[in-house]
Design a protein around this ligand. Structure first.
Ligand SMILES: C[C@](O)(CO)[C@H](O)COP(=O)(O)OP(=O)(O)OC[C@H]1O[C@@H](n2ccc(N)nc2=O)[C@H](O)[C@@H]1O
Ligand SMILES: Nc1ncnc2c1ncn2[C@@H]1O[C@H](COP(=O)(O)OP(=O)(O)OP(=O)(O)O)[C@@H](O)[C@H]1O
Length: 280
């Protein structure tokens, strides 16, 4: 019987780029959360390794030689038949590949009893893999390896919208004019309720928004479409784009907003989902 692991979308509620290392990687200060929409990785241990990709976004991975799922399985040293249900758009700023790699590591560790790989091997799979492996809201620093716990976040709902245009993360970082921007406040406040969370997000930044929008002006339309929805407390871009998120108080207003955007922009990918709370 196959075992399955959920690979939730990663959302950068904030993304401050605060430095640049000699090797070109950027130092980040980011409030990262996860949404209840994502891919699904299933596996059966087998001497004949394989990967079968299905789902609405599978086409985005055709011609993908070295899928991050297979790389993660190799890092675990496990041979398996793996199925990936691809729901999240590829190269969209919500960590799809990193989420899949992290889910594969968790799944194969659970199935075999093997230990998870060390921090350096996890980071080598992708800068977003450490936070996706932790799978809970965190303040992410360094190039992605620093993870600090954040005070509990309120129940909130997200609407994610993507114009179905893939964004190259390296290209957006390259287009960034300044890499020495201010970090978030030293202490993360305890945010009680969606209004306070949204006010905090509104006071922070995603420093990759300007370069991403300069390259792809449609991202501005995506953000504006979310902002215009009734009940949207704040809208921002996630990661290097093009996906933008809107924050909502309740599932009904999030669902209504998602339906309205879908009706107006049938070519876009739109999802509504809760902000995932840590399992206690
Ligand atoms: C933008 C974020 O999504 C924010 O969470 C991540 O930092 C990107 O994570 P990722 O897609 O897993 O990134 P990787 O696959 O490791 O790196 C892709 C490319 O992005 C750039 N990159 C990535 C992470 C980082 N801290 N600084 C960078 O400059 C580098 O050019 C790198 O070659
Ligand atoms: N399982 C996978 N899912 C998605 N992309 C993958 C996968 N395996 C390899 N890739 C490759 O990884 C690259 C980044 O894809 P991904 O969807 O993770 O980007 P992203 O959403 O911008 O991530 P991030 O928010 O971490 O920058 C693409 O070039 C894609 O072809």
């Amino acid at each position: 019987m196959a075992a399955t692991e959920f690979a939730p979308a990663k959302i950068n509620l904030t993304l401050h780029v605060i430095g640049r290392r000699a090797d070109g990687y950027h130092l980040l200060d980011s409030l990262v959360v996860f949404a209840g929409v994502g891919d699904r990785v299933s596996a059966i241990l087998s001497d004949l390794p394989s990967l079968d990709v299905t789902g609405p976004m599978a086409a985005g991975l055709t011609g993908e030689g070295d899928n991050l799922v297979l790389r993660a399985a190799r890092v675990m040293g496990v041979s398996a038949r793996i199925a990936l249900e691809k729901v999240l758009p590829v190269s969209s700023g919500i960590g799809g590949g990193s989420a899949d790699a992290a889910a594969t590591l968790r799944l194969l560790a659970r199935m075999t009893g093997r230990a998870l790989p060390g921090a350096a091997e996890v980071l080598a799979l992708g800068a977003d893999v450490p936070v996706c492996l932790a799978g809970r809201a965190a303040r992410m620093s360094g190039i992605g390896e620093g993870l600090a716990e954040v005070p509990p976040l309120p129940q909130a709902w997200l609407v994610l919208a993507n114009p179905r245009v893939a964004v190259s993360t390296p290209a957006v970082f390259r287009a960034l004019v300044r890499a020495d921007n201010a970090p978030m406040p030293r202490e993360m406040p305890r945010l009680r309720g969606v209004a306070e969370l949204a006010a905090f997000v509104a006071m922070q930044r995603n420093d990759l928004e300007a370069p991403a929008m300069a390259e792809l002006p449609v991202i501005g339309r995506v953000k504006a479409a979310l902002s215009a929805q009734a009940g949207c407390r704040v809208a921002r871009m996630s990661g290097s784009g093009a996906t933008c998120f809107g924050l909502f108080d309740d599932p009904l207003s999030a669902r209504a907003a998602a339906q309205a955007i879908r009706a107006a922009e049938p070519a876009w990918w739109v999802a509504d989902a809760p902000l995932l709370q840590p399992q206690s």
